[in-house]
Design a protein around this ligand. Structure first.
Ligand code: PMP
Length: 417
């Protein structure tokens, strides 16, 4: 494990801080940032600062950041134009009794950029808007049931979390699951629960943790729309993760999806906390009937960041650059996998790639691979898809592929010799 200057990557400060955290914070670090989801002891636990496509941990180790804050960082950390807009608004204030002009401007921006959107509402997190969207579907239809895909993530709220702690079974009573890409499983639910399903919530493609990402099969979305129309079910698109990395007009434009409501969050403000749901006029009355509020939701600061981020995404080649760099990474990893006789899959859109070893039931291969990449300054998550940002460079991809060449060999020596 060596840094560029020859020093090994050590995580001493991270580990000390974690011990302190564990004394005063339940779990020390909770949720998906919990070190148990990465590689305990062989990965940083705490970050210090970040710039462009790189970040530094509290031990001073530098990494190419292929997680980008789990997606929000799309233009690069600390982007000067976005931060100028943020600082200008911060100087005027960030918490008022009323919303500011920027909220109206941002709703105007989203409704002009996103063809299906007649209105937009704002909150902070993805979970805020997915939970609100299913309520709107219930309010509009007067029905209780919601269909989601098995293994999909729509947030940490009771109706959709995969974790049982503190959740009453009855909170999930009205949640049904279909299998991604298996339209017959949706048809079956529609037949069994005819007249009772309010909404179907899906992501633009399937991005579960631990396994390869799956794009929609040919004709999947047409069939989904047909069933929703026939059964009067609202189609809610959860575009929180891919959000604006594939198309500034929304991922639905790339895949020909025709949603009734769309939830966006993550990358819309380059890391500043804001989420939105947009929808058709038809659902405005139902949207007005579902109470929606949060003390911090009207802050104009992330709205300033969102307006600037969206303008940059609209007027530069950031999205095609992320696609190009992601394609280089994908092709390079696939080539190296072949050289080392591994069957690997780099799945998902190139700007949100994820690598899996095809034969890796206990996930050791991907864990050793990521452990070794991290120790060479390339931050890759073993169980969650990765993110390219517009501040990544060809040099970052070169460094990553050079490191991967070493690392495939180490994986082979350690697990398959
Ligand atoms: N939906 C999807 C597809 C997500 O990826 C996430 C976050 N990983 C969420 C919803 C929830 O967003 P948040 O963590 O901001 O509540």
């Amino acid at each position: 494990m060596l840094q560029k200057n020859g020093d090994p990557y050590l995580y001493e400060t991270s580990l000390k801080l974690f011990t302190r955290a564990a004394a005063v914070i339940p779990e020390g670090i909770y949720g998906h940032q919990n070190p148990a989801f990465v590689i305990p002891g062989a990965s940083p636990y705490f970050a210090d600062y970040a710039e462009g496509g790189h970040f530094w941990d509290v031990d001073g180790n530098e990494y190419i950041d292929f997680l980008c804050g789990y997606g929000p960082v799309i233009l690069g950390h600390n982007h000067p134009e976005v931060e100028n807009a943020v600082n200008r608004q911060m100087a005027k204030g960030s918490c008022f009794n009323h919303p500011g002009k920027l909220m109206v401007m941002l709703a105007e921006k989203l409704t002009s950029m996103i063809a299906m959107a007649d209105w937009a509402i704002f909150a902070k997190n993805g979970s805020d808007v997915t939970t609100w969207a299913i309520r709107v579907a219930r309010e509009y239809t007067g029905r209780k049931k919601i269909v989601m895909a098995k293994g999909a993530y729509h947030g940490a709220h009771s109706w959709c979390t995969a974790y049982p702690g503190g959740v009453l079974p009855e909170e999930k009573n009205n949640i049904l699951t279909m299998n991604w890409n298996q339209i017959d499983t949706l048809e079956r639910l529609a037949a069994i629960h005819r007249g009772k399903i309010a909404g179907l919530i899906l992501t633009p493609y399937h991005h579960p943790t631990y396994t390869a990402q799956e794009m929609a099969a040919n004709g999947f979305w047409e069939k989904v729309r047909e069933i929703c129309d026939r059964e009067n079910i609202l189609l809610i698109l959860d575009d929180i993760r891919a959000c604006f990395r594939l198309d500034v007009h929304g991922s639905h434009e790339v895949f020909g999806i025709k949603p009734d409501l769309i939830c966006f969050a993550k990358a819309m403000a380059n890391g500043h906390p804001i989420s939105t749901a947009v929808g058709l006029n038809k659902y405005r009355e139902a949207a007005e009937a579902v109470f929606f509020a949060g003390t911090f939701w009207f802050s104009p600061v992330p709205m300033a960041a969102a307006l600037t981020t969206l303008n940059i995404l609209e007027t530069t080649d950031a999205i095609s650059e992320m696609n190009r760099l992601g394609t280089r990474l994908k092709n390079g990893l696939e080539e190296l996998g072949k050289q080392y006789d591994y069957r690997i899959t780099v799945s998902g859109p190139p700007a949100l790639p994820y690598m899996t070893f095809d034969d890796d039931p206990d996930l050791y291969h991907i864990q050793v691979f990521c452990r070794e990449m991290i120790s060479r300054g390339v931050f890759l998550h073993p169980h969650h898809n990765w993110f390219i940002c517009a501040a990544h460079t060809d040099a970052d991809i070169d460094h990553t592929l050079e490191a991967a060449d070493d690392v495939f060999r180490i994986v082979q020596q350690e697990l398959d010799a």
